[in-house]
Design a binder for this molecule. Structure first.
Ligand code: ZN
Length: 204
């Protein structure tokens, strides 16, 4: 699910996940069975289209969209931290099949190649279209950027609200979960790490 092999850092890198594995007709039948198990009648007029809609929604949410990762030579030798904040994240919790949504910040210390900033959202979206836990999603994005961009350091912070928490139990709607994954200088160098965490508003 990490896409195709790296083709080197020089050219555009096509990122494609091999098939989503979603069998939409089987999912429709399963949703109808779930409705029956929940004491609802999937044949009722107001529910008749629900199995199809649910199956299509999950298929979309679980299918990564291919994208081309374009990197540029770091001709200017830019060596300061680049941080993108407020990147929207939406994924599905693998424990409850309910959404978790929030924002991500991605920072890196450029190496020899730099990345179009708009592409960071595509990388996040690629890994978010799966059954996930927030910790793994955070780690996958950081690992992928480390492996494909070869920056001197990279950090990912995700702050998200989980509907399995906010809609259930004590309905702690305001609670957010914050996860981070750091590599290279952002992990090892105290000043870089503190700069990144300060820029993303997650410093202690
Ligand atoms: Zn959950």
């Amino acid at each position: 699910m990490t896409g195709g092999p790296a083709t080197g850092l020089a050219g555009p890198l096509r990122v494609v996940r091999d098939g989503s594995g979603v069998d939409v007709p089987a999912a429709e039948r399963a949703v109808a069975a779930l409705l029956r198990a929940l004491g609802r009648d999937p044949a009722a007029p107001h529910l008749a289209e629900t199995p199809r809609r649910v199956a299509e929604a999950y298929a979309e949410l679980l299918t990564g969209r291919p994208f081309a990762l374009t990197t540029f030579p770091n001709d200017g030798g830019y060596d300061e931290m680049v941080v993108a904040t407020g990147i929207p994240v939406a994924s599905l919790c693998e424990h409850h099949l309910l959404p978790f949504t929030g924002v991500a910040s991605v920072g890196h210390l450029p190496g020899e190649r730099i990345l179009g900033l708009s592409k960071l959202a595509r990388v996040l979206d690629h890994f978010a279209r799966d059954l996930q836990v927030q910790e793994r999603l955070t780690q996958q994005v950081a690992d992928w950027l480390r492996d494909h961009l070869a920056p001197r350091g990279v950090g990912v912070v995700i702050a998200a609200e989980h509907q399995c928490t906010s809609l259930r139990g004590i309905r702690a709607a305001a609670s957010r979960t914050v996860t981070s994954a750091l590599h290279g200088l952002l992990r090892e160098d105290v000043r870089s790490r503190q700069e990144f965490l300060a820029l993303t508003g997650t410093a202690a």
